[in-house]
Design a protein around this ligand. Structure first.
Ligand code: NIG
Ligand code: FE
Length: 390
């Protein structure tokens, strides 16, 4: 919409459309002048590992020097090294770390974030991560969705007894997560040397029985049939999808499983990119996310992910925006209240330092969100990057 206007009240969008069609409204309402600027819905980030502690910059330089991500993982680094740091952190410390990270993301235009556990890797520690995420206070109105990813790696204690960890996941961890309402979805990292298809199937089938939606870290390094399994089980999403074969793309399309593509991870791991265009052409709904975590993708800026999707998938600016709004909302089961500038939606929107949509992915490397409006329930809060309060 050129020369658009948005009317907001009670934390919701009341109306959006061409300025000259603005419906009658009281004169004394607050105005924000966005003349000459692109306005979009708040960006939605449907795949993150935000509940981490510690830092792994050493691995960044090891990879820069040629080491592989799975090589580092198999040598005891990677996910398991973050797991030690998470186990050493208190629940309150994790909550504050996440609140800080979310606030930084909010100032970059992100208004909803999915958070996966997966660094606890024991009953108590996984619950701690999810409780920490649940405790995120939202006067800072950012929305979150929680996913249980206990099947992210095998902890050292179960190195010689992998079946025992899968039992623990199915018999104790998943029921506890479901009972306490700590997550709405369950994810499994299916990969050579991590969870195989049979183990993943057990975890995912149990999760489905408990009423959780299914998500899968699929085809990130090797094609193990993970995306085919996701489609077969009617998963909400399959994520990464770098090595996905054509046949599985068609299965995802048929199942209506959302492909959550994570080009920031390919950038950070210096790997080849998923065939993003192919997913779109074959009718798979595509969402984009940062995957922000201390190992494989140290990027919390979703706008940069749009740049990568345009450059490496050949997405148009509109396709890229759809992937972090409408489709990302679907991937987080938030479609009813966010992802569109439409009456009834939460009043989450971003005014950008861009004149039009095409200029958003075109620039990268700096934060181009000028002002973020976000719903805090029945009011809105304004984050102003120019006011110097960030
Ligand atoms: O999506 N691949 C598995 N999990 C994450 C990385 C987590 C980590 O390295 O800490 C990912 O890339
Ligand atoms: Fe991930």
């Amino acid at each position: 919409v050129k020369n658009g206007a948005v009317l907001v009240g009670g934390g919701k969008i009341l109306w959006a459309g061409p300025m000259e069609e603005t419906p009658p409204h009281p004169d004394d309402i607050d105005h924000i002048d966005a003349a000459g600027h692109l306005v979009t819905p708040g960006l939605l980030d449907p795949h993150t590992h935000l509940a981490w502690a510690g830092s792994r910059e050493k691995e960044f330089y090891l990879r820069a020097a040629g080491a592989g991500y799975m090589e580092i993982h198999n040598a005891g680094g990677g996910i398991n090294s973050t797991s030690h740091a998470v186990r050493d952190a208190s629940q309150n410390e994790l909550t504050s770390l996440m609140e800080m990270r979310l606030e930084k993301m909010a100032f970059q235009g992100t208004t909803a974030v999915e958070i996966k556990s997966g660094y606890g890797l024991s009953l108590e520690e996984e619950l701690k991560q999810l409780r920490a995420a649940k405790a995120i206070s939202s006067p800072a109105g950012i929305k979150t969705a929680r996913t249980f990813l206990g099947a992210h790696s095998f902890p050292a204690e179960f190195k010689e007894n992998r079946a025992g960890y899968v039992d623990l996941l199915c018999d104790e961890m998943l029921p506890a997560v479901a009972k306490e309402g700590l997550a709405t979805a369950c994810d499994v990292f299916i990969e050579e040397g991590v969870f195989d298809i049979a183990q993943a199937r057990r975890v995912l089938e149990k999760a489905a029985l408990l009423g959780l939606k299914l998500r899968v870290h699929a085809d990130e390094v090797h094609d193990m049939g993970a995306s085919a399994l996701a489609a077969e089980l009617g998963a909400l999403s399959a994520e990464h999808l770098i090595e996905t074969p054509d046949a599985s793309i068609d299965l995802l399309a048929k199942a209506g499983t959302i492909a959550v593509l994570l080009p920031g991870t390919c950038f950070c791991l210096k790997k080849k990119y998923a065939r993003g265009r192919e997913f779109v052409e074959r009718g798979v709904p595509v969402a984009l996310a940062t995957d922000v975590n201390p190992g494989s993708c140290t990027c919390d800026n979703l706008a940069f992910i749009l740049t990568l999707a345009c450059l490496h998938y050949g997405f148009s600016a509109a396709e890229a925006l759809t992937a972090v709004t409408v489709n990302a909302a679907a991937a987080m089961e938030m479609s009813e209240h966010c992802g569109r500038l439409e009456p009834g939606m939460d009043a989450d929107l971003v005014i950008w330092d861009a004149e039009k949509l095409e200029q958003l992915p075109y620039w990268f490397g700096s934060n181009r969100a000028l002002l973020v409006v976000r719903s805090t329930g029945d009011e809105v809060e304004i984050l102003d990057n120019q006011a110097g309060d960030n």
